[in-house]
Design a protein. Sequence first.
Length: 470
Amino acid sequence: MTERPCLAVVGAGPAGLAATLAAAARGVRVVLVDSAPEPGGQFYRQPAPGLGARRPQALHHQWRTWERLRAGLDTHLAAGRVTYLMDHHVWCVERESAGLTVHALLGPEQERPAAVRADAVLLATGGYEKVLPFPGWTLPGVVTAGGAQAMLKGGLVLPGRRAVVAGTGPLLLPVATGLAAAGAEVAALVESADPKDFVRRTRALATEPAKLAEGAGYAAALLRHRIPVRTRHTVVAAHGAERLEAVGVAALDAEGRPVPGTERRIACDTLAVGHGMLPHTDLAESLGCRLDGANVHVDGEQRTDVPGVWAAGEATGIGGAALSLAEGHIAGRSVAARLAGTVPDPRAWAAATRARSRLRAFFAAVDGAYAAPARWAEQVTDDTLVCRCEEVTAGAVRQAVGELGAGDLRTVKLLTRAGMGWCQGRVCAPGVAGVAGCELTPEKRMLARPVPLGVLAGQADSPTADRTDQ
């Protein structure tokens, strides 16, 4: 009997789960590979079972959608159509003559290798937060907005008792309201976007009334929790001796500069700050997939230009869970048809295609309204660290540009070591590029995460193992 074709899905967030369910329901053997101990990704991050959360749904939006996804996954797991590999940290996807191999490191120590052979691979690797430096951002108590949310959802803990949520982007709304609902005092929501920018995009935003209703719900929650909202404001500095004690915020002028005389300090022990999201494209780039700007390029079926490789969700463009679900569903159905040797009929997923088109247009408008202050880099003092791993200051970056002639991010990296540390520039690259005045361009990396040398040496000494039985 011929074994069913296999699809390896990298990432168990909304896009990965939707693709897994769509492909498995159509006869494809799916191996779902994810680094977390539970499925759901960042959007549906679950607390550890040992924490005994009585009402985890209180921390989540669209909980019923999650319940449907979880029930579908459980059904396919019980039927043997899906294998779920948790705590698998994928560092490379290798193209071979007989298909593709997903290489991962096992467990929290990430030292033991594992590999999955597949006929096709779907990259549902999600996104990560864009971090911009400012004076004092390395103080204990300063966390990313997503980090604060992850602590609350995954650990059921508050990052502090009195918080300021700041930056720009739609993520700030659930973070501020979530912290307040969990018992923290949110002293302010500081948003650099100008409400006028949303008014200018009313026609595009009106195409998604459900999203507008969601935004209205967050606005009501802000009022209910009495959270002061400061639009067209920005954080200029974090203050404290051993840890965060206060945050300095100021109004922004039309050029994106702090208005003199408007700065005020807000006492707090936590600053949750974020400036939007960036797509995770490391695996796609190492495979040679084409990028459209910062996003993985896909066609109408969510196929990349590399045979056998699909991509869906935030990796193809930041757009939230609903868009990720639509793209994942399309990708899963496309994979099932292609692996069966048939040409898929797009009419079979017409509803998902319409949702994808609407949501892409909506989030293009949202992305245009939410933007970091145009002159944010001018407020970064020379002694501010911009690369924490290598302890590179903004002054060193400016010297590399002004005195040594660095004209691009790679040259700045070579001259200052900014981006050569543990994160390999994943965290600091936007900040370094902004301070240097360089374009932020994706940097192709052969490995998506640090790998022990012993694991790399073992790849040459042993044949690839099929680990889909785990």
